[in-house]
Design a protein around this ligand. Structure first.
Ligand SMILES: [Zn+2]
Length: 132
């Protein structure tokens, strides 16, 4: 499981037959009223703990999720992606206390993000388009 924040986690895996596995992604949102799990894969479902309420099928699961969490599935997917992207910065912030990050250019297409206070490299990105 990838812990991305205090309240949204994302897990991926495979299900289905061993010869024809099918990837799935599962989002879990932890809130005041329990945990809402959304499973998107071969089958889609959404489950609420501790009540055990559950909705099956793409549309029913999405509707149930929206009702329980208060935001739509695309919104939570986006939020989770943002959090995952920001996690290295958040982690460094907790360790070093700095909130100042600056971008440093490396080789063509490469970009590093460095902590302005302690100089630690926190992020790295590579833009393929810049070199091809
Ligand atoms: Zn630092």
């Amino acid at each position: 499981m990838t812990e991305v924040s205090n309240n949204i986690t994302r897990r991926t895996g495979a299900e289905g037959s061993r010869h024809d596995p099918y990837g799935f992604v599962e989002y879990a949102v932890h809130g005041r009223h329990g945990k809402v799990e959304l499973h998107l894969g071969l089958a889609s479902w959404c489950k609420h703990e501790p009540t055990g309420k559950r909705a099956d099928g793409d549309e029913a699961a999405a509707a149930f999720f929206e009702m329980m969490v208060g935001v739509t599935v695309p919104v939570i997917v986006k939020a989770q992606q943002r959090l995952e992207h920001l996690e290295p910065y958040r982690k460094h912030q907790r360790a070093c206390g700095s909130k100042n990050f600056e971008c440093v250019a490396g080789y063509p297409g490469e970009q590093y993000t460095q902590c302005a206070d302690c100089g630690a490299l926190v992020g790295y990105s590579f833009k393929r388009g810049a070199v091809e």
